[in-house]
Design a protein around this ligand. Structure first.
Ligand code: SF4
Length: 58
């Protein structure tokens, strides 16, 4: 697993395979942000489309 810290992408979703674990940052060089709504109005409408479910705690 790539454990490089990307200091430009703060993230608290530690259930994601790309999460750094030791700190609340993503390890990807870039992420894809998407929405599941036709007309997003609040932050809950927006998703990280680069999320991958972590298989186990490491
Ligand atoms: S891919 Fe998205 S959800 Fe996963 S650690 Fe990076 S920013 Fe967070």
């Amino acid at each position: 697993m790539d454990d490089r810290k990307n200091p430009n992408i703060h993230c608290t979703v530690d259930a994601c395979q790309h999460h750094m674990c030791s700190e609340n940052y993503c390890t990807l060089d870039q992420v894809h942000i998407d929405t599941h709504e036709a007309d997003p109005t609040v932050k809950e409408c927006v998703d990280c489309a680069s999320f991958v479910k972590r298989n186990c705690c490491e």
